[in-house]
Design a protein around this ligand. Structure first.
Ligand code: MG
Length: 277
């Protein structure tokens, strides 16, 4: 091949590369014409745009004042479900006429009484903010799902898992702070075994139409020891050990605490709810 041909081919390739690059650059510069009528339109922020600050400042409705810690040590609008020394707000799930007979401790907590059955609140709730503290026993027993397994069932159906997961692996959609068999937690945020964990749960109940069909899923946000572990997740139905989630219609319902029946010895304390509607 002559040097003239090689030189010509070099120029040809160089020109091709330049054209490709210049086309790419040109494409970046094409202005995107945004159609302001597309996307989400907020009615209250549409129309003629205000030109004075006071036109976008409102004084109604006034939110209620809530003391974060009142004389009881809880939010002033909270319903205390257990604070010190009595399970008066709890009954047996198996027999609602029977007061819960789990073990009340001297340190203002109570412990699952093994094989006595689940307990539930006397009160029934819809959308709530729930605060609850729990701890696993220091003396370890069992492994996997059999180590300090309990659970908090919102509206008696949807379980936030309670488990001693420290150095104790299990299926991740059943680990501590999972929405059992539906949502893996975003993190494992447990304190050392034997110390008190906190759960702060924002729960929105599912909605059903008159024919019993679910029209809106419930949602759950869970903060475990200050760490976001469930971020407004969709509740897809009940949380059974075996089988698919079910969506039978229901209204307000109690909170259930689980006796896993395998000597879990899980303890609870400082339980309160704020009703959200
Ligand atoms: Mg459980």
């Amino acid at each position: 091949m002559s040097s003239y041909k090689i030189s010509t081919m070099k120029y040809f390739y160089l020109a091709t590369i330049l054209v490709v690059f210049s086309c790419k650059d040109a494409s970046k510069e094409i202005p995107v014409e945004k159609d302001m009528n597309e996307g989400i339109v907020y009615e209250e922020y549409s129309g003629v745009e205000p030109t004075k600050p006071e036109e976008t400042e409102f004084y109604q409705p006034i939110p209620p004042t809530v003391q974060p810690k009142d004389s009881r040590g809880v939010p002033s609008d909270a319903i205390i479900l257990f604070d010190k020394d009595s399970l008066v707000n709890w009954v047996s799930v198996a027999d609602e006429n029977k007061m819960a007979d789990w073990i009340v401790n001297a340190d203002s907590s109570f412990t699952v009484k093994d094989k006595s059955g689940d307990i539930r609140t006397k009160g029934e709730f819809g959308d709530i903010q729930l605060h609850i503290e729990w701890k696993s026993p220091v003396e370890i027993g069992g492994d996997g799902q059999h180590r300090a397994n309990s659970g908090i069932f919102l509206q008696g159906r949807y379980e936030v898992q309670v488990l001693d997961n420290n150095d104790n692996d299990t299926y991740v959609n059943g680990q501590v702070a999972s929405i059992y068999k539906q949502h893996i937690p975003l993190a494992k945020a447990s304190v050392p075994t034997g110390e008190w964990n906190t759960y702060d749960i924002i729960y929105h109940a599912p909605e059903f139409d008159k024919r019993g069909n679910k029209t809106k899923s419930g949602t759950m946000t869970v903060i475990h020891n200050g760490i976001l572990v469930q971020d407004n997740v969709e509740i897809k139905g009940t949380t059974p050990y075996i089988g698919w989630p079910k969506n039978e219609p229901h209204g307000k319902a109690p909170i259930i605490l689980q006796d896993h029946g395998d000597n879990s010895r899980v303890s609870y304390r400082n339980i309160w709810v704020r009703e959200l509607i």
